[in-house]
Design a protein around this ligand. Structure first.
Ligand code: ADP
Ligand code: MG
Length: 352
């Protein structure tokens, strides 16, 4: 286990900057998720931590010691990839023991450790089987055991659940969390799936275009996103965003105007989460254009004075239909405002 630090870490490929200077500290035993869209540099960051890629510049430290020049094998890092590639001709037990071959661990001791970790990840019932005789979820557990058998300082998980079906993903989310807690191993999970990131990790680091956009607990990212990017990437269904113009007293958005409680001026973007909009007796006029049942909630789309707005209402059955006229109440406290030019959130206050 180790405390991990990245200092102004960069990775440039010919013609592309994959990681554009990242600063990050991960406490010993923490479970951190790196969340971001495809291509934002998540895997490249992980590969530098593992010692597979050499950074272009910047430092990586484990417990304060610089490891840039320590090769992969010497870092004692366990990795699980999306394609976990177990050795097909080896039994489950041999697969789990495999990483210990390169360490000076005696066979009996290696086997004891493999059996212990197999029990922890709950694959001890089929140690003699070949990977092809296991389900996808069981194979993923074996891959996890193989990454953990070395008692790594750091566990790296790169989209480990992407190949599993929805039900299994749910189980494995909980399982990985349980195993991480039991071992207390410092863990970094890379994912493009916000639900995976927020349910599994203690802290989420949002990456965008090779940079850290914001880090924090899931609620921080959701309630106080620093940027438009974080606001639109975190939250499902996504936040409604409207271009507006503030004149120091009101914000004009399409045909609506919102009273300001301060003197903000200039082009802004108003962000309203679908769950912050309620159908009410009074409020912005809107006409429902679609109603989509989503299990326990219905997602509506409506044409409003703000423009096209999406909102959620509890209940399995739609209470409003296409063509219905409704009034929408938007709670001022939940509205977010961003400076249009910089994309950064501003603390402007909206009058109740
Ligand atoms: N080996 C490589 N050679 C050249 N470019 C690469 C290589 N690996 C990744 N990249 C580029 O670096 C960027 C970040 O990639 P990656 O770290 O894989 O993103 P993510 O894991 O977030 O999807 C992408 O633009 C990708 O095309
Ligand atoms: Mg990747």
């Amino acid at each position: 286990m180790a405390r991990i630090e990245l200092k102004n870490l960069r990775k440039e490929w010919v013609g592309a900057t994959a990681v554009a200077g990242i600063d990050l500290a991960i406490e010993n035993g923490a479970f951190v998720a790196v969340l971001g869209p495809s291509g934002c540099g998540k895997s490249t960051t992980l590969m530098m931590l593992a010692g597979i890629y050499q950074p272009t510049s910047g430092d990586i430290t484990f417990d304060g010691a610089r490891v840039n020049d320590v090769e992969a094998r010497g870092r004692n890092v366990g990795i699980v990839f999306q394609s976990y590639a177990l050795y097909p001709n080896m039994s489950v037990l041999e697969n789990i023991m495999f990483p210990l071959r390169f360490k000076k661990v005696e066979r009996a001791e290696a086997e004891a450790r493999a059996r212990e970790i197999a029990a922890l990840v709950r694959v001890d019932g089929f140690l003699d089987r070949r990977p092809s005789q296991l389900s996808g979820g069981q194979q993923q557990r074996v891959a996890l055991a193989r990454a953990l058998v070395k008692r790594p300082h750091l566990l790296l998980l790169d989209e480990p659940l992407s190949n599993l079906d929805a039900g299994l993903r749910l189980t494995m989310r909980t399982e990985i969390r349980r195993i991480q807690r039991e071992l207390g191993v410092t863990t970094i999970l890379v994912t493009h799936d916000q639900i995976e990131a927020t349910t599994m990790a203690d802290r989420v680091v949002v990456m965008h275009a090779g940079r850290v956009e914001q880090e924090g607990a899931a609620e921080d990212l959701y309630e106080r996103p620093d940027t438009l990017f974080v606001a639109s990437f975190v939250g499902s269904p996504p936040i409604n965003l409207f271009d507006g113009e503030a004149d120091g007293a009101v914000i004009k958005v399409h045909e609506a105007s919102i009273r300001l409680a301060d003197s903000t001026r200039g082009p802004v973007v108003l962000g309203i989460r679908p769950e912050s909009v309620q159908v009410a007796e009074q409020g912005t006029s809107a006409r429902v254009t679609a109603a989509e049942p989503m299990g326990r909630e219905v997602l509506y789309t409506a044409d409003s004075d703000f423009g096209v707005i999406r909102f959620l209402e509890a209940g399995a059955e739609p209470r409003h239909r296409e063509g219905d006229s409704v009034h929408l109440h938007i709670s001022p406290a939940s509205a977010l405002l961003f400076d249009k030019a910089s994309g950064r959130r501003i603390d402007a206050r909206i009058a109740a």
